[in-house]
Every structure is written in C-alpha cells, then in structure tokens.
Design a protein around this ligand. Sequence first.
Ligand SMILES: C[S@@+](CC[C@H](N)C(=O)[O-])C[C@H]1O[C@@H](n2cnc3c(N)ncnc32)[C@H](O)[C@@H]1O
Length: 510
Amino acid sequence: MTSKLSITPIDKPIAANRQAAKRHFGVHPYFTRRPANLVREYILHYSKEGDRVLDPFGGSGVTAIEAFLENRVGIQNDINPLANFIAQGIVDLSKGSLNDYRAALELIRKNSEERLSEVNSADEVRLQEIRNAVNLPDNVQLPSNSDVPYYHDLFTPRQLISLSILKDEVDRIENRYAKQGMLLAWSATLAKLNKTFLSANGRAKSRGGSSIFSIYRYKVAKDPVELPPWHTFYERALNILEAKREIDSVMELKKRTGKGWHGGFEMHSLDVEELSSKMGNSVDYIFTDPPYGGHISYIDLSILWNSWLGISPSLETRRKELIVGGELRIPEEVYVKRLADCIKACVRMLKKNGWLSIVFQHWNIDYFKAILSACAEDGAELRAAIPQVGDTIWSMHKKKNKQSVLAGELILTFFKSGAALRPITHRKFDVHAAMREILSLNDSNRMHGEYLFNRLVIEAWKNSAIDSLNISPEEFINQVESYGWRYDDRNHYWIKADDNGLPLLGSDKR
Ligand SMILES: C[S@@+](CC[C@H](N)C(=O)[O-])C[C@H]1O[C@@H](n2cnc3c(N)ncnc32)[C@H](O)[C@@H]1O
C-alpha cells in the first residue's frame, strides 16, 4: 500500500473464519464478536504499519488486538467495562512467560482442590456454613426482564461457593500477568457456572452457552446443569494458555522478520462522543460495529461479570450507552440521533484522507440513513458497501424467525475527503422495480435475503431516495415470493423456483 488516496476499496465479501484465532475464539464470550480474519484483512488493506487504528465501539477488542499484532497502534474504546476487561486481558497475554502462567494454574489447583471437593460432597447444612465463610459478590438487582430478581439467584449454592473459592485463589497469585490471565479464565468460567447456562440438546452437558448470549436476557434453565467447577475452570485456563502461545508466536515471527516488532495498544473507556473530544483528528483508520438498536443491552447483560469483578459502570455512564430500551428505557429517537452524532464523532477522529469501515445490519432504514447522512455531512464519502452474508450467527431469535430476522452484515466503507455535502434523501424510489432488477441481474438461482435487502438500501441511497424506502419484513418476504423465489429454511437463503414452484438448481448463491 502506498498512499491512502490510492487505495482501491475491498469490493468482495471475505469468508469468515470465526474459530481460527485462539486469541479470540474460546477465550471469553462476548456479544457479536467479529471474525478476526476479516477484521485483519480490512486493517491490512486500509492502514499501514505504525498507523493508529481505532475501534470506538471496540467490544472484546478484535480490531485493536489485530492492529496491535500487525504493527499498528491498536486503539480500543468501549463504554462497557467488561469489554475492556476482555480486550486488555487478551493483549496482556503478550506479557509474562508461559511457565509463570502454568505455575499459577498449578498453584490454584493445589490450593483449591480439597475445598472444591468438600463443596461437591457437602450436605445443605455444611454448604450453608461454607457459604457464610466465603467472599460473595454483592447481591445486586437484575434487569426487570430477567427470570430471577437478584444476582445470587443466578447460581446454585455450589456454583456460587466454588466460584468464590476459585476467585480467591486467583487473587492470591503474585505474578501480575499470570494472575490477570487466570482472572480472564475465571471470568470465562463464570459464563458457564450459573443457571443461565443452557446445555445444547443431544450433546455433552458442558456444550452449550449462557442465555445471555443467545436470548439476550437472564433466562434461567428449567433444570440447571451443575458443571464440575475445577474441570470447567481448568479448560478455560488451557484456552488462555493456548491463546498466549499463539500471541507469543505471532510476535516472535514479527520480531524475526521485516522491521521487527513495534505494535502498540491504547485503551479508553469513554462514550464515543467524549472520545472524539480527547483524540482530535489523530486516527488513520477506523473499523467498528456500533450497536444495532434494541437487540442487545450490553451493560445490563454484563452485570454478571461487571458486578463480581467490581467494575460496574456508574448511572451516568449507563445513560450514554448507544442502545434502544434496556433497563433505562432509552427511546428510539434518542438512539437514532445519537447514532448519527457518534458516527460524526468517528469521522472527526479520522485524519484527512483516512478510511472508516462500519459494520451494520437492521430492518430500520432510518438507522442506515443516520449513518450514511452523518458521514456525507461531515465529509466522508461512501466508497464501498459489501454485504457479508452467509455467515449466520444463530441466535434463538434467528432460529425461530428465519426469514424475518436479518443475519450477516453490510460493511460500509467511507473515505474522508473533507468535502461535506448535504445529502438529498427524498426523491421517489420504486422499491419493486429495484428489487426486480437486483434479482434479475443476479447470475445465480440462490440469494441471501440480507444481500437483496442491503443492495436495496444502497440503491435507494445512491438515488437520493432513502426516505422513500419503507419496506417491512413481511412486505419484503411477500414481494420476493411473488417473483417466484422460495425460502430454503435449512440453508437460510432464497431459491429461484420454476413454474411448478420447484427450486431451479444452479450456480452459487450470493
Ligand atoms: C456490536 S458491539 C461490538 C463488538 C465487537 N465488534 C467485537 O468484535 O467484540 C458494540 C459495542 O459498543 C459498545 N457501546 C455501546 N454504546 C457505546 C458508547 N456510547 N460509547 C462507546 N461504546 C459503546 C457496547 O458496549 C458494545 O461492546
């Protein structure tokens, strides 16, 4: 890559490989984690070594960590303390020695083994005695849509006590980095040793996940599974050791080749607009995915971790979360206005001629309009819009309502030329004609609904007509069916049918 001006935008989807990077996959769960291989390709394409690469809605830190490993300065920002705890925890795996981590794990085993086995076999009276003697987290109130009212109700007595014993042992580790790595393993264990853990049907009891990440609320299992505490922690700790080994070897390789190792990492825990006041226009590239409206209330759902780790955000911080609803009932109008303001803040943080990639998906066209208009008004031109489809994250919601729930995302990439313009948005748009055209130009008999929908949004925007694109999920589905396409439930794409309604088989899907 020579100059930022001469970059030709990425114009094809990148196949996601979610499980490839041990430093992200399996270390600690978080919401809507982006595939590291995709993020890395965007970073390598739109920035060069030494550049400052920011993710203002950084989540578990994939962007900043990959930038750091690729000899950029990775800048992580998130308003949710859990997100920064995970991101910092992963980056710090680059510090300290593997032997120190192993020794820490062994020490935790030695010091907790007997006590954990006593908890396992204790009767109720003894359990109560042990419970009175251990450090328990505050019994805070949970969001009102939870199945149970208080924090402690999320655990069986054995789970609560075992987690407390393990945490005490982690806290006693002396080596700073080994201790932090073990705390990350403990925090990942917390996701499994509680009553929101739902075992996957027909698989080992330990396979499955917390309802926090699939249903996005504290749903308690009808018949909670009690996974063995030591084994569960030990497996998470082994994942941490694997992640460390991987990070060490990536850095070792860099040190031995090219210009050596000079990656940097910065972290902030600010609302995006506040971050922009602090940063000025010092950023070379931004890759980010902001919250998509009301699906996930990140801070409410992170109480499980923030509370026990002692990092709960203040009410003032919670009010700045960019979501719809949640426990603070944030209205949709506030979200849309703030989404535009936060995107403008992102554009401000970029240097002139810098690039910005935003990952987004939603049926509500106003959300897309907020992003596209904010960029245009502040001098960032849309240069690429790539539907990343076919990589479905199977949330419960998606499993139940396959056609009407959007999966996959659109990656919008902008170039900050500085030429601000007032976008025209109210021209007439014939949705059906546009839909027919996109379908007819498709050289395959299969198409993801998300691909079609995202293309429609971009067509409407380019025709200065985004205000005229009002289409509900139901209308969209009816319309696609009326053109002779039918939904393939198993594969989650649309198939062109022949005159008898049977699928026409043929080339690849989009
Ligand atoms: C879609 S997630 C990002 C996930 C991330 N891409 C990953 O791979 O883990 C959006 C993030 O925005 C954060 N967030 C919400 N409102 C914010 C705000 N006002 N300022 C900064 N971060 C915010 C949430 O805490 C959440 O972690």
